[in-house]
Design a protein around this ligand. Structure first.
Ligand code: ADP
Length: 676
């Protein structure tokens, strides 16, 4: 399904390129000149139509002219034919007059004269050889020598036919109406098609089928009349006016079309300029947006209503170790959700999709592509389109891993400070205790020495008693040393590091706890690597650490039924520069507690536990640059271990502090030095 939300992936260029337009594979420029193309193409089209029209107009004229000429020739031959017939009749009359003696009266009654007058002639005049009129029918007609152009009732000018009279000399002249000639002889269809005129050589109209002169825009043709009307010309002028091609309707339509296209082009240009300006503004905005997104330290992601990622910015993609394209289109479960928090993440996703994401944002944990975990703070907001429809969710994502780490460090520092202040307080208590215990311990040592001396003065002292008293003295002195070292440590004195044998130290620590082991029925397995190099440690403190771990193991085993196993091991650490001491038991285990919790000051699960043992152990080990660790044993139980550094050749300066006079000093018990 296509998403209604489509944010274009961020282009690589800061500013998107201008679109280019192509026509037949050739680039035709940007939108700036595009508007002119319809106009240009229309002009080409109109030019083509014009060429065609001019051509067809010329062809048309040619055809009409040919037709006109044909019609003129035909009409001329018809008219000339008619005049020739009349001339022949006049000649027949003349011949008849030549054959018979005819008086002017008989001439007036002559059948041919009457027939001619009835048919066509206006008058017939008989002129003798001297040029005098002998007879004229009708006698009121104009004389034949009257000016030819004198008008009569008919429009136009009369024509005349004349033939010579044979034998007696003279002429017979028949006058006729040129207008009637045209009226009778021009067929109706030709008269509708053409203005027909008879003109003389000086361009005067003899007769015409229409009034008025020939118009300038008429197509016309003149043909000289035959001998019956020498000097006369027949003129045919087409009634259909010559309309120049540029004044025709198609031309008007073309002009209108061009105007419309020009108008449309102008509007298109305005529109394109507006679009271009808008596009320019959009491009600027896109460049701004890209620059802003690039400068943002905040990740941005947009999801559609189904939860599909439709946009992520570079910061967000970088935060997760992906390319933006790899994330776009991805649906929940997201690849960056923590595998063991998928259910929780899905619940939170559904809550967000239901629009119930907390307004003040929420924290989440994501997994980077390389596996490391990120802490993020997410703020969700509704995403709406131009119509205000809800189309998805936009979120800004803050990487707060570093902040969290700093907070955690601060918290730990605060804890450490609290721890230190407690230790300081404890140091004070211990110091006071040491001071207070010193007296009774010194007294015990002194009395013990006194009793020993007194016994040794007897002849046969009981060796058992002597041995016990000696060990009593040793233990009292040892107690004194422990008190002193712990006090020194708590009052932040440097440990007295020296070259030592870790196996020996461990053995001494185990020996201190033998009584506990026996009491709890614990079987001990000692695996001490005899090839270990010497270590650089304060033996008393490290012995306390080992002893504490063994005591804790015994305490844990004491609560367990069945076989109780304790294993103490020493070995070289993998890096070869440290020695590792490991104390494992098959007791109840750590119950999921981490070393951090176990080492927290005053953490204890024992009724009378103080919860300081491991905290002090860790401080001692870390003072030696080692590390204390705890984990569940594979078969049940706990494994505690710590490392201490091996003695190096150049460490002998440090080891020079060996305190051979441990019990010397104000607060020390006086050891076995003397009797009270
Ligand atoms: P305390 O011994 O006074 O309780 P510690 O700091 O020595 O104080 O020990 C803290 C807690 O660590 C103990 O209360 C116990 O719950 C746990 N612990 C220590 N060692 C072991 C062990 N070997 N097996 C199980 N739990 C242990």
């Amino acid at each position: 399904m296509s998403s209604p939300l489509s944010v274009p992936p961020r282009p690589e260029l800061a500013v998107p390129p201008r679109p280019r337009f192509k026509l037949l594979g050739r680039r035709i420029g940007g939108p700036r000149s595009l508007w002119a193309w319809p106009l240009l193409l229309s002009l080409v089209f109109v030019a083509g139509v014009l060429a065609w029209m001019i051509r067809s107009d010329a062809d048309d004229r040619e055809a009409r002219r040919a037709e006109l000429i044909t019609d003129a020739l035909t009409l001329e031959s018809q008219l000339s034919g008619a005049l020739d017939v009349e001339t022949a009749r006049l000649k027949a009359l003349a011949d008849d007059m030549g054959a018979h003696r005819i008086t002017p009266d008989a001439f007036a009654r002559h059948a041919l004269v009457l027939d001619g007058l009835r048919r066509f002639w206006v008058s017939v005049t008989w002129v003798n050889a001297q040029g005098r009129i002998v007879a004229q029918v009708p006698d009121d007609a104009l004389p034949p020598n009257a000016p030819l152009r004198a008008g009569n009732s008919e429009r136009g000018i009369a024509g005349h036919l004349s033939v010579a009279l044979p034998n007696r000399g003279g002429l017979l002249i028949a006058r006729y109406s040129s207008v009637n000639l045209l009226r009778q002889r021009v067929p109706w269809w030709l008269a509708r098609k053409y203005d027909v005129r008879l003109v003389d050589t000086s361009d005067d109209i003899i007769a015409s089928t229409v009034d008025g002169e020939r118009a300038f825009d008429q197509l016309w043709y003149r043909k000289a009349m035959g001998p019956s009307m020498a000097q006369g010309w027949l003129e045919l002028a087409s009634r259909e006016r010559l309309v120049p091609w540029w004044r025709t309707l198609p031309m008007a339509l073309m002009g209108g079309f061009l105007l419309l296209v020009a108008g449309a082009s102008w509007m298109l240009r305005r529109q394109m300029l507006a679009v271009e300006r808008a596009e320019e503004a959009w491009r600027t905005e896109a460049a701004w947006r890209t620059a802003m997104e690039d400068s943002l330290a905040v990740g941005l992601r947009a999801r559609d209503l189904e939860g599909r990622l439709v946009y992520v910015n570079k910061t967000m993609a970088d935060m997760l170790g992906y390319q933006p394209e790899e994330l776009i289109g991805v649906m929940p479960p997201m690849p960056y959700w923590l595998p063991d928090e998928i259910d929780q993440s899905m619940r939170r996703h559904l809550r967000n999709m239901a629009g119930q994401a907390p307004r003040e944002g929420y924290e989440s944990r994501w997994q980077h592509r390389d596996g490391h975990v990120l802490e993020v703070m997410i703020f969700e907001a509704r995403l709406v389109d131009a119509q205000g429809r809800h189309i998805g969710w936009m979120a800004s994502v803050l990487n707060i891993t570093e902040r969290k780490r700093l907070e955690e460090r601060e918290r730990r520092q605060a804890d450490t400070m609290a721890h230190h202040s407690r230790l300081t307080m404890l140091g004070e208590v211990a110091s006071t205790l040491a001071h207070e215990l010193n007296q009774p311990l010194s007294a015990i040592t002194s009395y013990n020495a006194g009793v020993l001396n007194a016994l040794q003065r007897h002849a046969e002292p009981d060796p058992l008693l002597l041995g016990a008293l000696q060990r009593l003295g040793e233990q009292a002195a040892h107690a004194g040393r422990i008190v002193k070292r712990i006090r020194e440590f708590l009052t932040r004195r440097e440990p007295q590091r020296e070259q030592g044998d870790i196996n020996q130290i461990v053995r001494a620590a185990v020996d201190l706890q033998r009584r506990d082991m026996t009491r709890h029925g614990v079987s001990l397995a000692l695996q001490l690597d005899s090839s270990l190099p010497p270590v650089l440690v304060d033996p008393i403190l490290i012995e306390q650490v080992a002893a504490n771990l063994v005591r804790n193991a015994c305490d844990a085993l004491g609560t367990k039924p069945g076989v109780r196993l304790l294993q103490v091991m020493t070995a070289l650490a993998p890096d070869g520069r440290f020695v590792k001491v490991q104390v494992s038991d098959n007791g109840p285990g750590l119950g999921g507690q981490t070393i951090e919790t176990l080492c927290a000051p005053f953490f204890s699960t024992k009724a009378e536990g103080m919860g300081m043992g491991l905290a002090i152990c860790r401080s001692i080990v870390e003072l030696h640059y080692g590390a204390l660790d705890a984990e569940e044993a594979p078969g049940g139980g706990a494994v505690f271990s710590f490392t201490v550094p091996c003695w190096q050749e150049n460490d002998h300066h440090d080891s020079g502090h060996h305190d051979s006079d441990e019990l010397a000093g104000d607060d020390e018990p006086t050891s076995q030095k003397g009797s009270p």
